[in-house]
Design a binder for this molecule. Structure first.
Ligand code: HEC
Length: 150
């Protein structure tokens, strides 16, 4: 799939989400906001993971809803890592601020992998499994460089 087409697909999925993309909620620190969004990504990821594991029936609409949730989170994520935004609860590494372009590319990679997952859901279980492994690899590759090891 061409890069240009991918970007169009991302936009197409994002448009219906609306304008409520404000990032941090009232009374929430920026670190709390991005951790909350990461957790919403994790929650959304459980949906396709259960299907790949055979623990839930294959459901294209549910995959699409989960992907939309991921894209909602990734859309605001670039604004939630301003320079120096670390606190005692954060597991983010300062390398983010020194390699911002690379960090944002990895967020885009996650978005592309999420969109690919939504499309693979139409292609059947084998394609879907492969797309899900690519999707999970995009989490791990960013964490390896920009998040403290657990
Ligand atoms: C572009 C980089 C990047 C990508 C891609 C990414 N993460 Fe993260 N993730 C981070 C960083 C940085 C943190 C640490 C945030 C903090 O504590 O300030 C984090 C934190 C987390 C946390 C801990 C949240 C908390 O409450 O402390 C979880 C869970 C997580 N990510 C899951 C995922 C999953 C699942 C994916 C893929 C579907 C993913 N992440 C993709 C960078 C990324």
């Amino acid at each position: 799939m061409s890069r240009c087409l991918n970007i169009l697909l991302v936009l197409a999925l994002l448009v219906p989400i609306g304008t409520g993309l404000t990032g941090a909620a009232r009374g929430e620190t920026i670190v709390e906001a991005r951790q909350r969004l990461m957790v919403s990504i994790v929650r959304a990821t459980k949906v396709p993971r259960a299907m790949v594991a055979g623990e839930a029936p294959f459901d294209e609409a549910a995959v699409k809803a989960a992907v939309k949730q991921v894209l909602e989170a990734t859309a605001v994520m670039p604004r939630l890592f301003p320079d120096g935004s670390l606190d005692a609860t954060s597991t983010a590494l300062p390398a983010i601020f020194e390699n911002r372009a690379d960090f944002e590319i990895r967020l885009l990679e996650l978005e592309k992998a999420a969109v690919a997952l939504a499309f693979a859901a139409k292609q059947g279980p084998e394609d879907f499994k492969f797309a899900f492994s690519e999707y999970e690899a995009s989490c791990d590759s960013c964490h390896a460089k920009y998040r403290k090891p657990e």
